[in-house]
Design a protein. Structure first.
Length: 175
């Protein structure tokens, strides 16, 4: 019998995320000057920042090249950002080698066909609720949240809660 995705949560040390369709709903607003605008969820951002503060590894690998995305993620503390990645396995292998990461300890969240190869080489492949069917079929966990609507928060919060890292220093007076 295949293991439940929950059995993987306590071993996760690293999060790897796609951007479009995961941090965003996959829509782009095209401006008259050609700029493309994306909308990201602040709850996803909070969870991402919390994971970084708790010393989890976080890596972003996206086929997109929007520098606004890099600016937003850097502001949250992410330093490992690969944009313009068309063969995501190359970037993932470079990242794993540079950080000495065991793929079995990685949670990857993607939503579309380019995410399948890296999802097949890690411990816990996950996807948003509105991912394409092919990605859902290789995922060990499908979030109940859609892309851009809290799916990043969902998976990070589950891992951090299992590992007692979610809000152990939470002070309700300062919320």
């Amino acid at each position: 019998m295949e293991k439940s995705y929950k059995e993987y949560l306590s071993n996760i040390t690293t999060f790897v995320f796609d951007v479009d369709g995961v941090f965003t709903d996959g829509s782009v607003l095209v401006m008259t000057n050609g700029d493309l605008l994306r909308k990201m969820n602040v709850k996803d951002g909070y969870a991402l920042k919390t994971a970084l503060l708790k010393d989890y590894n976080v890596c972003i690998i996206s086929g997109g090249t929007n520098e606004g995305v890099r600016t937003r993620l850097k502001a949250l503390g992410v330093t490992d950002i690969y944009l313009g990645a068309h063969n995501k396995i190359d970037q993932l292998n470079d990242y794993f080698e540079g950080k000495k990461i065991n793929p079995e300890n990685v949670l990857y969240m993607g939503d579309d066909l380019p995410d399948i190869p890296p999802m097949q080489m890690i411990g816990l492949p996950t996807c948003p609720q509105d991912a394409v069917q092919e990605v859902k079929s290789v995922s060990k966990y499908i979030s109940h949240k859609k892309g851009g609507k809290g799916c990043v928060r969902d998976v990070i919060e589950q891992v951090l809660k299992v590992q007692n890292d979610w809000y152990d220093n939470f002070d309700a007076k300062n919320a």
